[in-house]
Design a protein around this ligand. Structure first.
Ligand code: FES
Length: 336
């Protein structure tokens, strides 16, 4: 039998299963509470129990003194409810609430997605988790202080492994290695999470999402997160690629659209093979958006892709009435 936990000052509540920690249950329910080590040692998950009883099956966590516990303080990564609870804790709502960290990660999978795109699966050291907002990115730390940025393509609730989509840039300091020589088991260092590209939950406006190339990665994370937390606002996903083989993981957005009435998916090819069998939309992806939505006044727009796509869309979407404060984008310059 589980217990219900309510968060003071918010209308959020969630069920905690028998033996589950408050933080684990919150994440399972798509709520982001502060945490870091998940081992009782850092104190990041500290809050107060306002009503109800908790227990620590492994004893009082190292970062909590007995007199603090007596006064109602709790470490929610370790606390197990013994009754329904009312708790006081800060909810993470902004990327600025999350502190980026430098961490090692091991490559546990390398997979071809398209002729020039590979998926990397990364695993963090045992007992380490990375709090992040869907759509944020990591910087892979290279020798000589160089960095290469990659969006997280998985959603926060699905964080057993981190998922990156890496496009091959010939001679690229990192992508060159991913496509030539990197093996499973390789050790990386990264800093993250970073960035302000994440789903805003302060809105009930329909959303247009535009993804170009590997800009599909953060959009994938955001849509998987939105589905997980039950967002029902319409999502119109437009995805730009050069040719059909560049629409990697295409079955995924097809499936989102087939299974969810509020999701629509429009792939757009800029260079379809002459004489090929493509009968979908062609041209620039943002122009397809405008052909179908000439008035963007009522929309929230999320875009991720290369700078030329983002800049053209910013200019033309503003002319179509998009409120600049409702435009969220991740423009990535791919450094070799
Ligand atoms: Fe570090 Fe709970 S997350 S003590």
């Amino acid at each position: 039998m589980g217990y219900q936990v309510r968060i003071q000052g918010s209308d959020h509540a969630f069920e905690v299963n028998e033996g589950e920690s408050v933080i684990d249950a919150a994440l399972r329910n798509g709520l982001m509470l502060p945490y870091s080590c998940r081992g009782g040692t850092c104190g990041t998950c500290r809050g107060q129990v306002v009503e109800g009883e908790i227990a620590y099956p492994d004893g009082l966590p190292p970062a909590l003194e007995a007199d603090e516990a007596d006064a109602g303080d709790a470490l929610f990564c370790q606390a197990r409810p013994q009754s329904d609870l009312l708790i006081a804790v800060r909810e993470v709502r902004e990327a600025g609430d999350i502190i980026p960290r430098k961490l090692p990660a091991r490559v546990t999978g390398i997979e071809d997605l398209a002729p020039d795109v590979r998926r990397l699966w990364l695993r963090l050291p045992a007992g380490t988790r990375l709090p992040f907002l869907a759509g944020q990115y990591l910087d892979i730390l290279l020798r000589g202080g160089r960095r290469r940025s990659f969006s997280l393509a998985n959603a926060p609730h699905d964080d057993e492994r981190l998922e990156l989509h890496v496009r091959h840039l010939p001679g690229g300091a990192f992508s060159g290695h991913v496509f030539d020589g990197m093996r499973e088991g390789a050790l990386l260092r990264f800093e993250g999470p970073l960035g302000n590209f994440y789903l805003r939950d302060d809105s009930d406006r329909p959303m247009i999402m535009v993804a170009g190339g590997t800009g599909f990665a953060p959009v994938k994370g955001i849509i998987e997160h939105a589905l997980h937390i039950g967002v029902e606002r319409p999502i119109h996903l437009y995805r730009g690629a050069r040719a059909r083989e560049d629409l990697y993981l295409d079955e995924l957005p097809q499936q989102w659209a087939a299974e969810n009435d509020h999701i629509r998916y429009v792939p757009v090819l800029s260079e379809p093979k002459p004489g090929g069998d493509w009968d979908g939309a062609t041209g620039f992806v943002h122009e397809q958006v405008l052909a179908e939505h000439p008035d963007l006044t009522d929309f929230d727009v999320y875009m991720s892709g290369p700078p030329p796509m983002i800049n053209a869309a910013k200019r033309d979407f503003a002319r179509a009435g998009l409120d600049p404060s409702r435009l969220f984008y991740d423009s990535f310059e791919s450094a070799p």
